[in-house]
Design a protein around this ligand. Structure first.
Ligand code: CU
Length: 481
């Protein structure tokens, strides 16, 4: 019965796809690598007024040449993948005219991680019909600088709209930046893409629906393993975005340590030195500094290392180290830049006035097969049903427990939170530093606790950010009153 429930829900969501044949996959198309890394094209501010950012985003089919000798039909914002980079300043008023030209599907734009009013946040309850327009408008608070992103969030269609190309970076800069100007800034928006032998983007199959879709081609700013050329000794700042549907990125620069300066919601208080690797679950971001040791002619790869996130059934992609980006050192050596010791002040959220407990539950096994149900507190998402309520302005402790056999990245809309500790097999680990997060990985058998405060009233989503899980109901509704 539950199996039938799942298949029916899949069909009604238009998600049904063939079972992927593990042995009979066609030879994948090749995507040219080794091209110079391109900067993300910026969304042009059409307003002349100071403190106002005004622009248009249109989601529509776009034929782009990505595979060698082939054209692929994507769904793209303003005709490019990833979508244009939006760059605004804390305090700005933002007005974006959105036009949905996706054939036959509603859409929305969700401003991932941004403190925008509930009605402006592109929730599934506020769909924009195909062929319609909608203006999103909000003011960026004074202390809201950070690395955010935008993507569709329509009911049961988010996974498909994102894997077809709809996602982009939204950087909010501080009014005065503590970082010195001689640091080279790179925005690396990481996605993955699956292409059929003919260069088409296939729909999700059963393996994808269970585990989340992992594309065959890892892309940075839409390019496969592009090359960034910098002078030896350069200090570079990488804003790293995991905009994939389901791929875990365990990021490391060959032979170089990273200094973490920011997380989802902007700068940490003081730089975190000496990191060999950073795990970015789907939807997470990290802002890191790397100083490349002099040595003209050498190359340093930004890699993603193998990570076991748990896998249900067959079709598991090979566990391997992949190169995302190659940094090539060329030219005359330069002096490394000095980092400030203090980046910002983060106010620690105070004593919680309430505790909430959320549990991710195991899919139910029926007979010999598996009936997939992705549950939070025993329920799948239902439009219009409020699952949790909270008072605006009240600090709460949220405890998210993962009882399933795989990791799930937990995302909460409307605010940033502060992770306090992780617990696994009875052993607790305190968060090593204070940071603002909107997405946090909950590993299998793990409990993560964080403090959170919602300041704006309205309905907010919380969900797993493996988008296939979200679409199948691993989501709930929080009413902030
Ligand atoms: Cu999940």
């Amino acid at each position: 019965m539950q199996r039938r429930h799942f298949i029916l829900s899949m069909l009604s969501a238009g998600l049904a796809g063939p079972l992927r044949s593990i042995t009979g996959q066609a030879k994948p198309v090749t995507i040219r690598s080794g091209q110079p890394l391109r900067a993300l094209p910026k969304l042009l501010n059409q307003s002349k007024a100071p403190g106002v950012f005004e622009a248009s985003l249109t989601a529509a089919p776009a034929r782009l040449a990505v595979g060698a000798g082939q054209q692929t039909e994507f769904w793209a914002y303003n005709g490019i993948i990833p979508g244009p980079l939006i760059e605004a300043t804390a305090g700005d008023r933002v007005r974006i005219l959105f036009e949905n030209r996706i054939p036959g599907q509603v859409s929305t734009i969700h401003w991932h991680g941004m403190p925008v009013p509930a009605a402006e946040d592109g929730n599934p309850m506020n769909p924009v019909a195909s062929g319609s327009r909608h203006v999103y408008e909000f003011v960026l608070p004074a202390d809201s600088a950070g690395s955010y992103w935008y993507h569709p969030h329509p009911h049961r269609l988010s996974a498909e709209q994102v894997y077809r190309g709809l996602a982009g970076a939204f950087i909010v800069n501080p009014k005065t930046d503590p970082l010195p100007r001689d640091i080279h800034h790179i925005t690396a928006f990481i996605t993955d893409l699956r292409l059929s032998a003919t260069g088409a983007i296939p729909v999700d199959d059963m393996v994808d629906l269970m585990n989340g879709r992992e594309g065959d081609h890892l892309l940075v700013n839409g390019q496969r393993n592009p090359v960034l050329t910098v002078a030896p000794g350069s200090t570079c700042r990488f804003r790293l975005f995991n905009a994939t549907n389901a791929r875990y990125l365990r990021l490391a620069f060959e032979d170089h340590e990273m200094t973490l300066i920011g997380t989802d919601g902007g700068y940490v208080e003081t730089p975190v030195l000496g990191l060999r690797e950073i795990l970015l679950a789907p939807a997470e971001r990290a802002d890191v500094i790397v100083t490349f040791r002099p040595g003209a002619g050498r190359t340093v790869a930004l890699q993603t290392l193998p990570y076991e996130r748990g896998w249900m059934g067959g079709g598991k992609p090979p566990s391997q180290t992949l190169s995302l980006l190659t940094v090539r050192l060329a030219g005359a050596p330069i002096e490394a830049a000095a980092l400030p010791t203090k980046l910002r002040k983060i106010e620690e959220l105070g004593t919680p006035g309430a505790i909430k407990r959320l549990e991710f539950d195991e899919p139910t096994k029926v007979g010999g097969g598996m009936a997939m149900q992705f549950l939070i507190n025993g329920k799948t998402f239902q439009m219009g049903r409020v699952d949790l309520t909270t008072k605006a302005g009240q600090v709460e402790l949220w405890e998210v427990v993962n009882r399933t056999d795989m990791d799930h990245p937990f995302h909460l809309h409307g605010t940033q939170f502060q992770v306090t500790e992780r617990e696994r097999n009875g052993s607790k680990t305190m968060a090593p530093y204070l940071a603002w997060k909107d997405t946090v990985n909950i590993a299998t058998a793990e409990t993560v606790r964080f403090k959170v405060r919602q300041d704006m009233k309205g309905l907010r989503m919380y969900h797993c950010h493996i988008l296939e899980h979200e679409d199948q109901g691993m989501m709930g509704l929080l009413d902030v009153t």
